[in-house]
Design a protein around this ligand. Structure first.
Ligand SMILES: C[S@@+](CC[C@H](N)C(=O)[O-])C[C@H]1O[C@@H](n2cnc3c(N)ncnc32)[C@H](O)[C@@H]1O
Length: 310
């Protein structure tokens, strides 16, 4: 794991994460194209299937760590893969958006403002503990994993997806640099002005550099799970071409006035990303080492009697 930058304490990192995500909460779903329809449900079901290496059973009770606006929990509920859902996050702003999304979709979720390293739940409370794109924000991972294991029932399942791999993260530097170089020409081609400078944007940019504290080698995730006492540990990788395409486009888009980016471009970027995700899934993910992909997935099981899966 990349070490926590020495200039910042764990407390400062948690505080930066809270502030950054509180501000991001209002526009998070549109920024990341988060979907709660069939597409979102099929994406999260596919990630769960990939992480576990089999069709997921239905879980009676789940806890999401760093649930954000509800991408995973709400889609898993809609897909019928969990019965009763709890969602935790360090950011009250994110949980507020999650609550509004749940209400709009007619779903019931209990929300808890909590640090992953100090969960406000009794031992052995959940059949499934999971998260998406959150481990890389947590300063003390052994402490957080000890909490995940504590609140899991014996036989329960742990799944994390969307964690940046160290090589994948480095490789993603290439499309980002390519996007930055191409940006002036691209803005002329689509007829958009440069992004207006904003004080909020600059502050968020500074925080962004602080909130991501880890990128992982697959063996490091394996070790964290094993050292926490988990068994049946499995790490896999996803998204390579899709990611290069996605980072190029995202870098281009951040340089332009969002009001002036044509709808047709957004449709092209979205559809292209989905098509390349499919190419990655069908051709590359089963053939290349997990370390090369941008995202890592981790699945493990707490030893003991089987969870209450139906
Ligand atoms: C990149 S977002 C992912 C959100 C959501 N899981 C998704 O996939 O859309 C990371 C989330 O982790 C939360 N987070 C960051 N540090 C945390 C911590 N120490 N404990 C709990 N949640 C944390 C943030 O507030 C944010 O909502």
């Amino acid at each position: 794991m990349q070490p926590v930058p020495p200039a910042l304490s764990a407390e400062q990192i948690r505080e930066a994460n809270t502030r950054y995500h509180d501000v991001a909460a209002g526009h998070y779903d549109s920024k990341w194209g988060i979907d709660f329809g069939e597409l979102g449900q099929s994406q999260v079901s596919a990630k769960l299937r990939k992480a576990l290496g089999r069709e997921p059973a239905r879980f009676q009770s789940s806890l999401e760590i760093g649930a954000g606006t509800g991408y995973f929990t709400l889609n898993l509920l809609r897909a019928g893969l969990i019965d009763s859902a709890s969602a935790s996050d360090i950011s009250a702003g994110m949980l507020e958006t999650l609550g509004a999304n749940a209400a709009r979709l007619g779903l019931s979720v209990s929300t808890h403002e909590a640090d992953a390293e100090e969960l406000p739940f009794a031992d052995s409370s959940f059949d499934l503990v999971f998260g998406h794109a959150v481990l890389h924000h947590i300063p003390d991972l052994p402490r957080a994993f000890a909490e995940f294991v504590r609140v899991l029932r014996p036989g329960g399942t742990l799944v994390f997806a969307g964690e940046p791999s160290r090589y994948g993260d480095r490789l993603a530097g290439l499309p980002k640099a390519f996007g930055r170089g191409l940006a002036p020409l691209w803005r002329v081609a689509i007829g958009a002005a440069s992004a207006p400078a904003s004080v909020d944007g600059a502050a968020q940019g500074e925080l962004e550099a602080v909130v991501d504290v880890h990128a992982f080698a697959p063996a490091e995730l394996q070790r964290l799970a094993r050292e926490a006492g988990l068994g049946e540990v499995r790490v896999s990788g996803e998204e390579l071409l899709a990611n290069w395409f996605g980072w190029t486009n995202r870098t281009l888009e951040t340089t332009a006035d969002p009001e002036q980016v044509p709808w047709a471009w957004r449709v092209y970027a979205h559809r292209g990303y989905l098509a390349l995700q499919e190419v990655d899934r069908r051709l590359l993910e089963s053939r290349l080492p997990a370390a090369l992909f941008y995202n890592l997935l981790l699945a493990a099981r707490k030893p003991g009697a089987p969870a209450h899966a139906t």
